[in-house]
Design a protein around this ligand. Structure first.
Ligand SMILES: [Zn+2]
Length: 390
């Protein structure tokens, strides 16, 4: 049994507590919280830290299998170029267990306890099985050639079967509205009609809006150069229509990126219940050189979660780094609110809120310590670090 306290404790279950003591079993299960009205009398059995205790971080969007592409793809080239680079380079060293293991260790060091991970194949499965992070694996499907739609579903089914053998929590999911042909989207909608969680890359670039509008632009050119373009391109007519009409209505939906979204689209998409908006600012700055419109998403009432994306488009896999970027560009966002996106909301979006996201009796959320933050103003500083206590 451990008793742990700090200047502040953010539980996501009660107001911010001063010097409360969290009790936990050695396996991380929380057994109780003692509020002290800020008056902690020194006791030998209590570990006291100068910082903020929070639940473990939830990373809602990563591609572990792309870890070997760290530093390989030029920054700022835009999404069509980025996708082409991934296509050309992903096979080299893909699935190198040593590289993926290192990425998992980095995530764990950065306090990530649960991760939604995109899989285009089974190459990351054994690394995930042997890690100290919990996962939800999204078996991702893409393909703009309508003639191959059936084949793509069959391939995803095989990978899903493999995930089942490992006993993983998983769901099949479409990559995006611009990379999945309409016939394939419709087969997938049927196939995923009982999904508990679905994840879709959403409005990451201006070029995908143009591609959906009239099948032209730099995304089309990128498909052309890769020899993927067919005569019969079939895509949804727009982003909101695509989400509402062509994606399963079952369970939670995580929309990833949202960098180029606008209030009108958001208002329409919000007709779908249980939609979560995932911010990956590090990746957005890397690929498109642009931040997502965090203030607009907040004012429209979107439920936000955070993701790191992969090492192909980010310098590290750290939720704290993503939070620092948000505070830098949107200083009005309160730290407590951002922590909620990074913990409780992520756990809810990935359908794991019975274990993660809250410091409360019976939960096993992981316990983190934020150090070197500005405790007076409750702000992150460039030198703020995170340490895992439990
Ligand atoms: Zn992604």
């Amino acid at each position: 049994m451990r008793r742990i306290s700090a200047q502040y404790v953010i539980t996501n279950d009660r107001p911010v507590l001063r010097r409360a003591v969290v009790s936990a079993e050695d396996d991380g299960t929380i057994t109780g919280i003692m509020e002290n009205d800020g008056l902690l009398t020194e006791k030998q059995s209590v570990e006291f830290y100068n910082g903020i205790i929070i639940p473990g971080f939830v990373n809602c969007h990563c591609h572990l299998e792309l870890s070997h592409l760290k530093g390989e793809i030029p920054e700022g080239a835009g999404l069509p170029e980025f996708i082409m680079n991934i296509r050309n380079r992903r096979d080299r060293n893909e699935g190198d267990p040593a590289v993926m293991k290192k990425a998992v260790m980095q995530m764990a060091d950065e306090g990530i306890v649960l991760c939604g991970d995109i899989c285009n194949n089974a190459s990351a499965f054994s690394t995930k099985e042997n890690s100290n992070i919990a996962w939800h694996s999204f078996i991702e499907v893409f393909g703009i050639d309508p003639a191959r739609a059936e084949k793509r579903i069959a391939e995803a089914g095989q990978t899903a079967e493999e995930a089942g053998k490992y006993g993983f929590s998983y769901s099949v999911t479409p990559h995006s509205l611009y990379s999945v042909s309409l016939p394939l989207l419709r087969l997938l909608k049927e196939y995923t009609s009982e999904n508990r969680v679905t994840s879709v890359h959403f409005m990451e670039s201006e070029s995908e809006k143009q591609f959906l509008r009239d099948n032209t632009g730099s995304l089309k050119e990128s498909y052309e150069r890769s020899g993927l373009l067919t005569d019969d391109i079939m895509t949804p007519a727009g982003h909101a229509e695509g989400i509402l009409d062509e994606i399963t209505l079952s369970g939670n939906l995580i929309l990833v990126h949202n960098t180029f979204t606008d209030a009108a689209t958001v208002k329409k998409v919000l007709q779908r219940k249980n939609t979560w908006w995932c911010l990956c600012p590090g990746s957005n700055l890397y690929v498109e050189g642009r931040m997502p419109p965090v203030d607009m998403l907040i004012s429209e009432g979107c439920e936000l979660v955070l993701g790191t994306d992969s090492l192909a488009s980010n310098k590290n896999l750290s939720i704290l780094s993503e939070m620092k970027l948000i505070s830098e560009y949107f200083p009005a966002v309160r730290l407590e609110e951002m922590i909620r996106w990074a913990t409780l909301n992520g756990a809810r979006a990935l359908d794991k809120e019975n274990i993660f996201g809250k410091i409360a009796s019976g939960m096993k959320p992981g316990l983190l310590l934020l150090e070197n933050a500005d405790l007076l103003n409750m702000k992150l500083l460039p030198e703020t670090t995170v340490k895992r206590l439990l």
